[in-house]
Design a protein around this ligand. Structure first.
Ligand code: WT7
Length: 565
């Protein structure tokens, strides 16, 4: 038995690993005394019942708006939203997607949806028409919550399952076009409403990219709350006295799991900053809200580093206790920059959309090993395995794998049980990352095994970009890979062949880049395009990204026995 209040440290880490059971963390929750649960009840309503009703749960600013929300206010607003959804006929298990800029209404919609047992689908504001359509179509979303600007990217006529669109920030809506105004929804009363659910009932879907096919709908359950709570407590080391800012957009798993659930389940107030990345605004936000724990990503640190340390010096950042990083490898150089600039450590932690919450971490209570991802959190067994799922020795490079189940593990891939099954080999969840473990049990990240691209900490599927590229009138064929970039980790590079009658020019490349940006998403835009006469293909016609990548990086191409010529 370990004391839940004490984070694992060097002395008790091994003991915690040996003795911690998730059932112990479960005792922190009420389970409605009947075994039923709801993450919104635990994160918001219960805080109100425990005397924190008037504590601040959310600080929001974006240059125009500057607002504070108590737990009670979030409770009431989300009750209204929940009742509004019910009035539209939304029931348990229905999908409600949220496509909004980073604003408090995003959270209200999430909380209101999940409160009534519907499944929330958070979308990233930078998604363009194709990305939005794929997700709404695959999930058969019944309701979409969006803004007048973002609505322009929603092809309503191609989405017959989408029954209603709730518009935030419009004076008038077109009811003929299935629209209803947010302010109408919020006229419903704020008396308590909670759907009591089984632990394994669905909570939210985050779409994420693989190397082939359309994005995958990763379905997480309410039970993931136990994992998010423990990550908040031990990995992010959050206390009710902290002020916590996770910069990630709620359209990505970091923005929900680590951005709202982990802190609120631990009673920690959250800061949300609207608008785009801007070093000046970011430091201002840290100072203004006296942020004590800050969660960001290596690309953002590199961008801040590039903007110069003098900007940071203008602000009082002395409240910071520590900084957290996830999503891409954290180079030791950045940890040093963090120490020099803020005087506090940056702790790396590793996980994925599919894992629901943090799995490997440099715990604040452990000694940091710069460059490593850290050690597995108690309750989760991690191993390096070979391709048939047999554990390997220390310092051997292999597949980073996790022993199922654990509370945050996805329940399935929406609409695609065979994709879900593909993750498991010989009883291990295979992450798709390669890594090794050192003698002391620290894990070191090596790279992705598949073709998935990680640019600015965001996962981009090469297939989606290739599919978009070939829709451009000038493009005949496309092969897309990630190439190393000093700031963004990787950038998207496209190799293309041109159709008859088109000739290579800077304007044409620019036009093709914009085509992807405007129709798929800004972060998926190729930053480099190389025109070729032909692309390496298998005899069955599949473009061999591996060969393109090997040429690009000047490494051996591996087995090319299936290449066309
Ligand atoms: C992929 C998952 C952190 C959750 C948000 C990203 C890469 C994640 C690290 C890290 C090196 C990392 C992996 C992983 N990744 N954390 N600390 N060090 N790489 O979730 O979009 O599902 O991406 O991000 O390659 O497989 P995601």
């Amino acid at each position: 038995m370990i004391n839940m209040a004490i984070a694992p440290n060097l002395e008790n880490y091994e003991q915690a690993r040996a003795t911690f059971k998730w059932e112990e963390a479960e005792k922190e929750f009420t389970w409605n005394k009947s075994g039923k649960c709801n993450i919104v009840y635990e994160a918001i309503d219960r805080k109100c019942e425990q005397g924190a009703a008037n504590d601040i749960a959310l600080y929001y600013s974006d240059g125009d708006r500057d607002e504070q929300y108590t737990y009670e206010k979030l409770q009431k607003l989300s009750n209204r939203f929940a009742r509004g959804l019910k009035s539209l006929g939304v029931a348990k298990g229905d999908r409600v997607f949220i496509f909004l800029p980073r604003t408090p209404e995003y959270y209200v919609a999430m909380l209101g949806t999940i409160r009534i047992g519907a499944i929330a689908g958070p979308l990233f504001e930078a998604f363009m028409e194709k990305a939005v359509k794929d997700r709404l179509e695959d999930s058969e979303a019944k309701v979409l919550v969006t803004s007048p600007e973002l609505l322009e990217r929603v092809p309503l006529h191609e989405l017959p399952e989408l029954k209603r669109v709730i518009i935030v920030g419009a004076d008038e809506v077109d009811e003929g076009k299935r629209q209803v105004a947010y302010q109408e929804i919020m006229r419903h009363d704020s008396t308590p409403i909670v759907e009591w659910l089984d632990k394994e009932d669905a909570m939210m879907i985050h779409y994420t990219s693989g190397s082939t096919g359309k994005p995958k709908g990763v379905l997480l359950s309410h039970y993931a709350m136990v994992h998010m709570y423990i990550s908040g407590k031990w990995v992010y080391d959050l206390k009710p006295t902290d002020i916590y800012w996770c910069v990630a957009d709620p359209g990505w798993i970091t923005g929900t799991s680590a951005g709202m659930w982990a802190p609120w389940l631990n009673g920690t107030p959250v800061v949300m900053r609207g608008g785009r990345f801007n070093p000046e605004h970011w430091y201002e936000t840290l100072a203004k809200h006296k942020v004590t724990v800050w969660f960001s990503a290596p690309t953002a640190f590199r961008m801040l580093m590039a903007a110069g340390t003098e900007i940071a010096k203008k602000y009082d950042l002395s409240n910071l206790r520590h900084i957290l990083s996830a999503g891409e490898p954290l180079n030791p150089e950045l940890i040093k920059w963090g120490m020099d600039t803020f005087g506090v450590p940056i702790y790396d932690n590793w996980w994925m959309t599919e894992t629901g919450s943090s799995v490997i971490a440099n715990f604040p209570a452990l000694e940091i090993r710069p460059g490593s991802m850290g050690k597995p959190i108690p309750g989760i067994e991690v191993e390096i395995v070979n391709n048939i799922g047999t554990p390997m020795g220390t310092n051997e490079l292999g597949n980073l794998a996790i022993k199922p189940p654990w509370p945050g593990l996805m329940k399935t891939i929406w609409n695609n049980p065979s994709k879900y099954a593909d993750y498991f080999v010989n009883g291990w969840y295979i992450s798709g990352d390669s890594a090794y473990k050192d003698e002391d049990g620290y894990y070191w990240f090596e790279g992705r095994i598949d073709d998935v691209i990680n640019t600015m900490g965001e996962r981009v599927g090469p297939f989606e970009v290739e599919s978009k590229l070939v829709e451009h009138p000038a493009v005949a064929e496309a092969g897309v890979i990630g190439v190393p970039d000093p700031v963004r980790g990787e950038v998207v590079k496209a190799y293309i062949t041109l159709r008859q009658g088109f000739h290579e020019s800077d304007e044409l490349k620019e036009d093709i880049m914009n085509f992807v940006r405007e129709r798929l998403a800004a972060h998926a835009r190729p930053r480099i395009i190389e025109v070729r006469n032909k692309l390496p293909k298998t005899r069955s016609g599949k473009i061999m990204r591996r060969v393109l990548k090997a040429k690009e990086l000047n490494i051996p191409t591996g087995d090319v026995s299936t290449i066309d010529d």
